[in-house]
Design a protein around this ligand. Structure first.
Ligand code: SF4
Length: 348
């Protein structure tokens, strides 16, 4: 089933199956699980059988057929998010389901397919062998051919996940020549520093440019980093960063300083940045006087007062923020009163 979607960074979603298991703090209030439960289905959790969507391959073929029409209207290729109700690299689905999904994605070469995963370690285990460059020794190395229209977006919601997974993603991008690779911080749960990922004892990685940095020790006020010397060769950097807040009944608020710091790092490194939404909770910093007066006068609207941004590396660590739970559509998606809506440069 292909669905036209309101998700800001894509045009359509296709799922070859429904169902998944939580693997991260970002899964705590999974919208897909909530929606699945609401429909009375039972496809969530380890061992729970996933539900196959029979019509998915036909849907992708239909979108592929409509490519000329879409491009004439929009002046660009259609973006298709696989999978919004599951994880494309879930190892709990039967191999033949995955094979069908990957074959259909490969054939849909008039679309920009967006694989989204919280299981990046499964990419080399589960992607079709002919897409991958062999992990054999150099003399036996044979290059696979990862489809030029399929990019990979990996979920990262905390600095710990960023330090664990971004280097891995960039190595995969280099090894298998992925056309683009990005991260999605949805829901962002703390401030992120993608340009300062601690990946070794004195070794850091700038995830946006792919350059390794050495920690030379502390100067008067801050740590000094150096990019020369005995460092591993650079990796290709990230091509895209998406940030978004949580939208569900139990949603957690997202401090604007967390988003600003990622935006500013992307800007400095020239990496496209897309701010998707605040989610349920809108910070006071995005409200004008009338809106603030209105929400303050409505005691039924939940609020959080004086939330600090906490992370020590933030430039304004003491900036506390009040939030009102006004709902996703009212909370909107402006940051510092403007929309940030950049996409990776794809040359498929
Ligand atoms: S990986 Fe995605 S679909 Fe699966 S439980 Fe987590 S948030 Fe939900």
């Amino acid at each position: 089933m292909a669905e036209i979607t309101n998700i800001e960074w894509t045009d359509a979603t296709v799922n070859f199956w429904w169902g998944c298991s939580p693997v991260s703090l970002g899964c705590d209030n999974c919208y897909a699980e909530t929606w699945n439960n609401f429909r009375g289905n039972k496809q969530w959790g380890p061992g729970a059988p996933r539900r196959k969507i029979i019509s998915a391959a036909a849907s992708l073929r239909r979108l592929q057929k409509d490519a000329d029409n879409f491009e004439r209207i929009h002046g660009r290729r259609r973006r298709v998010f696989m999978h919004s109700m599951s994880d494309v690299f879930d190892n709990e689905v039967p191999a033949e389901w995955r094979e069908e999904a990957f074959a259909a994605a490969e054939a849909a070469d008039r679309l920009d397919i967006q694989f989204v995963t919280k299981r990046i370690t499964n990419l080399e285990k589960l992607a079709p062998a002919h897409w991958l460059s062999s992990a054999l020794p150099a003399e036996r190395l044979s290059f696979g051919s990862w489809p030029r229209h399929i990019g990979v977006l990996m979920s990262v919601v905390t600095q710990r996940e960023a330090e664990r997974d971004i280097e891995r993603l960039l190595k995969l991008k280099q090894r298998h020549r992925l056309p683009w690779a990005g991260i999605s911080g949805e829901p962002l749960l703390e401030a992120l520093r993608p340009r300062r990922l601690r990946v070794g004892k004195k070794l850091w990685l700038d995830g946006l440019t792919g350059h390794y940095l050495q920690d030379l020790g502390r100067g008067y006020t801050e740590t000094i980093y150096h990019a020369d010397g005995e460092l591993p060769g650079p990796l290709p950097g990230l091509d895209w960063v998406i940030i978004g807040g949580e939208s569900s009944k139990l949603a957690r608020p997202m401090h604007p300083e967390w988003v600003r710091t990622v935006r500013d790092q992307c800007r400095a490194a020239g990496v496209p940045f897309l701010f998707k939404q605040w989610g349920e909770w809108k910070p006071v910093s995005e409200m004008d006087r009338d809106e603030l007066t209105e929400v303050r006068a409505r005691p039924e609207i939940q609020r959080v007062e004086g939330m600090p941004p906490v992370a020590s590396f933030l430039t304004t660590p003491n900036q506390q923020m009040d939030f009102f739970k006004v709902g996703k559509s009212k909370a909107g998606r402006t940051l510092d009163r403007r929309i940030h809506n950049e996409f990776p440069r794809i040359s498929a």
